[in-house]
Each structure stands twice: as structure tokens, then as C-alpha cells.
Design a protein around this ligand. Sequence first.
Ligand code: GDP
Ligand code: ZN
Length: 330
Amino acid sequence: MIGVVIRLDSASCIVRCEGKNVRCPLPGKWRLSGRGQTRPIAVGDRVRLSLAAGSEAVIEGAEPRGPGKLSRRAAGDREVEQVVAANVDQLVVVVAAAEPPLNRRLLDRLIVSGEHGQLAVVVCVNKIDLVLSDPSLQIPDPRLQSAIGPGPEPGDDLAQLLRLYQGLGYTALATSAVTGFGVEELRAALKDKTSVLAGPSGVGKSALLMAVQPGLELRVGEVSAATGKGRHTTTAVSLLPLEVGGYVVDTPGIREFALWDIEREDLKHYFPEMRERFGQCRFADCSHLQEPGCAVVRAVAGGEIDAERYESYRRIYESLPAAAFARRRK
Ligand code: GDP
Ligand code: ZN
């Protein structure tokens, strides 16, 4: 039998197998080595089980992992990557249309961390009831613009924003956990996938998940929200099975995961609009910042690349270490 590890602590784990939760002891050789970085399985891993006496089962081994993962620095160690969840399919970046105001820099930062973790990206703009004149409108996102109509409405910007990110290849939707707007689309986007929701606190991540599946048992308060770190982080992660199929990674305090090991030179690969202009700049190793003959700078000037996206690129670039420095650290 094959199951999915949905919860893990130092000596045992819970495996979801054929619709049931089975508790399995961890094989002795897999027990935590004290520092917490060497465990060979993570939440999300697919494991082979054989039945043992009683209701318990024994883990025979783990299946090879897919590319998508969620990782962070191991606690207390700046160099070692800790896989928080394996076989993750997608990152749902949740921001609010208002309260807190939509922060494009943070939105793009989170998208970059999804790209870096090889996750599909879903952009979810929540709390649209606060900006739409008629919050009861039930409009799927591709038709949002025509439903809202032309004019100086806040919703116009929102529709433009959704189209921008859809044009980059991401799924982008507008939701309201309060009115239920877009919740059906979000549920469909989560179906049969393993997803992680990330975004600033207060944007409505918990409220959205409760709207998708009332009664979902989200855990709260196990990790300091201020630091996202602490002794409890390794046991705090779990997968919540969804009735529509699929899982949501429940991890309080996950914020800018995995950006830490990106080098400046890699960043352009995480921007689809730059990826698609690969090879069009005069210099092969163009940073798209100040080199002459840069196709990206040209596209920004011509309005083909969104200026806010480019600004996010510049800011993130500046915040990352140059390759030589990053290599020295390794
Ligand atoms: P989280 O920190 O991202 O998990 O955010 P919460 O789910 O705890 O929501 C934060 C606050 O925003 C709560 O007071 C919610 O009631 C409120 N909220 C969540 N979603 C919406 C929404 O779609 N519209 C409005 N107006 N308020 C919302
Ligand atoms: Zn360039």
C-alpha cells in the first residue's frame, strides 16, 4: 500500500492511506538525530506501508520525490536546507485587495519563492468585497472586467492585475471569504493538488480555507508568528485532507520560505516575462539592470513588461547575495 505522510513527529508519523489515517512508528534509522536536519522523510512524502499487528502499519520505504517542495533553513543553522513538505504541487499566494493594502513587492517575492521551489503558482486576491461596488456579484475571474464595466472603479485595477498574472501563466483569482465570491474557483484550483497558502497575516488565509471546507481543523498558535521559527516548527507542519481531493499544507508562520538560497544570477529565471526573452539581450549573462542592449529594459520601456513587476525584480535582486558570495558560504 502507498500512503502520504500527513503528520510527522520525532518518533512516529500519520500516513493517509486509502482514506484512513494510520499511525506508523518511524524506522529506528530514521529517528531524529538531535539536530533535526537529517530526517529522510517529510510531510508529503509517499511511503510504502505493510500492515502490522493491530491498526498500526510499518513503513517499508519512501517513493522518489517530485520536484515541488517547501523548504527553509534548519533551525539554528543558516546553511542547511530543511524540507518542510515534499511533493507540494502549488503555492497559493494570498493577498488582500485592501486591509492590509495590496503589496506588489511582497506578492512578487512570494511568487518567486514558489518558482524557486518548482511549485505552480496561484495568485488569490481576497477581500474583494471591500473594493467592489457590488460584492454579491458572482463572476468568474476571466469575465471580471466586463462584469465590473469600465470606469474609475477600484475593481478595474483588480481585473487588470488578475489579467497581468494570468498572462504570465499563473492562475489568478479574486475571492471574498465573507461573501463567498470566488470560493468555488479556489476550491477547484485546490482539488487533487497539494497546496500551500502563503501571504501576509490578516489577508484571510484561514478564513478562505474555512470557506472552502467548513470545519477544517487548522491549527493555530503553535509557532511564533513574529519569527516563524522556534522549537515547534518541525512538528507543526501537517497536511489537511480536502473533501474535494488533495491536501493543504498547514504550517503557521511560513512566510518568505526558501528565498534564502537564491543567487542574484538565478532570479531572472523566476520571472516568466524575462525567461521568455532569454537570449535576446546583447550580453548572454545580462542582469537586465544596466547593461546596454537589454531586451528586458526595452520591453519595460515599451510597456510590454509591467513596470511594477520590473521594480519587484530590481528590489529582490538587490536583497540577494551575488553568486561569488553565496558560493563562499556553501
Ligand atoms: P490570515 O492571517 O491570513 O489567516 O487571516 P484571517 O483568516 O485570520 O483573517 C483576518 C481578518 O480578515 C479576519 O478578521 C477575517 O474575518 C477578515 N477577512 C478574511 N477574509 C475576508 C474577506 O474576504 N473580506 C473581508 N471583508 N474580511 C475578511
Ligand atoms: Zn537584459
